[in-house]
Design a binder for this molecule. Structure first.
Ligand code: NAD
Length: 434
């Protein structure tokens, strides 16, 4: 799969055919893949943009049908923010990729990472040459997954990945209404080939109304994935000593973070920073400056919604964008119990922590806290990644660890990531909309 990456020329020629380069987007068709919170938000918001034709590919269960019914009832998808609301009506919603993907210049996977591979396989035959195809958020190893699935076709596309979803959002009524709870101040974006990052970031900043910052490589996106730290870290902190007794109501997720849990998050973040230092030392041209410590990332992303930014714990507990968000729970006989199969573990462990742990293993960097969290989480998920201190468990093939893609050396992981992007784009010049 790396072979497709190494052929440089096709990437450089891959200028999207269906992507308007002028000020308007008259000819642009966008396909949003997914049927959950983020897909509703994107479908609603983008459908309000004049000139865009927005399709939704929702292959999961009966979601396409339910979404169509919801849209018909409300006349569109209603996006409700604190002081504003928008109604956008997508052009077409389908579970059949042949109906919604061909002709799209921009394809966005707004899905948990465990669905990326499935959806990429579905849509691959229908992708136009030169289309921009990316994930919001990318999580770990999205580029490896995409090249593995797309093969040679990948070299005729421009891949992009966002470090996180720019919004916090939750569905209120399926197909009808989604709540926009908060917007991050800045979100990093990487592309393959790397030198497209400036162009893609500018365009998507305009379209999405958020500030996207181009960064030099996908490896930074993988390592700077903060979901991999926060979600499994908080679940571990909160439930590592849980006695199995059901809860009467779901505990708060972020606002209930206590001192010991914040320390676990700090140690996870420190381990990523150590890995970053080792990689930068080993590869002096590799720019991983976008891999920031967790508290710094929180302060920058949520500058306007954190009341007390003094500590990592206070950044989580006093962040209005996180207010009221609960631990994912499921019903049990006598009440509610934590849902360990929810994406906070099922996405963020195999497509997050395990990916970073795989890179750390190749770098010879010790990750004791990561190992503790992965060990605990894999037991809850009934999966096996880490065995006797090495990533060699039977479920590694259902992760995005570099070892799964036969990237067995650091050189193989870093290959192509050291290219210095040709964009020169001071942060202040990135177009920003409110
Ligand atoms: P979600 O939980 O709403 O996504 C569930 C949806 O994923 C399903 O409704 C379905 O459409 C799709 N899906 C699940 N399994 C599938 C499969 N096997 N095949 C095809 N589709 C499948 O997720 P979300 O809240 O929309 O989040 C999307 C991404 O954004 C995730 O990576 C999440 O971690 C991240 N994120 C979300 C938020 C948020 O506020 N919602 C904030 C930060 C990051």
């Amino acid at each position: 799969m790396r072979g497709s990456r190494e052929t440089e020329t096709p990437y450089r020629e891959a200028v999207p055919q269906t992507w308007s380069t002028g000020p308007g987007d008259e000819d642009l068709q966008v396909t949003i893949c997914g049927g959950g919170n983020a897909a509703h938000l994107l479908a609603g918001l983008l459908s309000t943009r004049p000139g865009l034709r927005v399709n939704v590919y929702a292959p999961y269960g009966d979601e396409a049908q339910r979404m169509r019914q919801g849209i018909a009832r409300r006349g569109g998808i209603v996006v409700v923010a604190a002081e504003e609301r928008w109604v956008g009506r997508p052009h077409r919603v389908s579970a059949d990729p042949s109906q919604v993907v061909p002709g799209s210049g921009l394809v966005m996977l707004a899905l948990p990472a465990f669905a990326h591979e499935i959806v990429l396989r579905d849509i691959a035959p229908y992708l136009d040459e030169g289309a921009w195809v990316g994930a919001l958020p990318a999580r770990g190893g999205f580029d490896w997954c995409a090249f593995d699935v797309l093969g040679e076709k990948g070299s005729a596309l421009i891949l992009f990945g966002l470090q996180t979803l720019p919004w916090a959002c939750r569905l209120r009524t399926y197909g009808e209404e989604v709540a926009l709870l908060g917007t991050k101040k800045r979100v990093d974006l990487a592309t393959w080939p790397p030198h497209y990052a400036g162009k893609v970031a500018r365009r998507l900043s305009d379209l999405l109304g958020v500030r996207l910052q181009p960064i030099p490589n996908f490896l930074s996106i993988t390592l700077a994935n903060t979901g991999q730290l926060i979600h499994p870290g908080v679940m571990y902190g909160m439930f590592r000593n849980w006695d199995g007794h059901p809860y009467a109501k779901a505990p708060l997720f972020y606002q209930a973070v206590d001192g010991p849990t914040a320390q676990i998050l700090q140690r996870l973040s420190d381990e990523v920073q150590t890995l970053r230092e080792v990689l930068e030392h080993r590869f002096p041209h590799l720019d991983l400056s976008a891999v920031r410590p967790l508290d710094e990332w929180l302060r920058e992303s949520y500058r306007d919604t954190i009341t007390d930014p003094s500590t990592l714990q206070s950044c989580l507990v006093t962040n209005r964008s996180y207010a009221g968000l609960n631990v994912p729970m499921r019903r049990a006989d006598d009440g509610l119990v934590p849902d360990f199969r929810a994406r906070y573990l099922s996405e963020d462990v195999p497509y997050g922590l395990v990916v970073t742990r795989g890179i750390a293993e190749l770098a010879g960097v010790a990750t004791p806290t990561m190992d503790q969290v992965i060990g605990w989480a894999q037991a809850r998920l009934a999966r096996e990644y880490l065995v006797n201190g090495h990533l060699q468990g039977r479920d590694l093939g259902a992760s995005r660890a570099p070892q799964r893609y036969h990237l067995e050396t650091l050189e193989a992981v870093v290959k192509g990531q050291e290219e210095v992007p040709s964009y020169v784009l001071p942060a202040a010049r990135v177009p920003v909309q409110a």
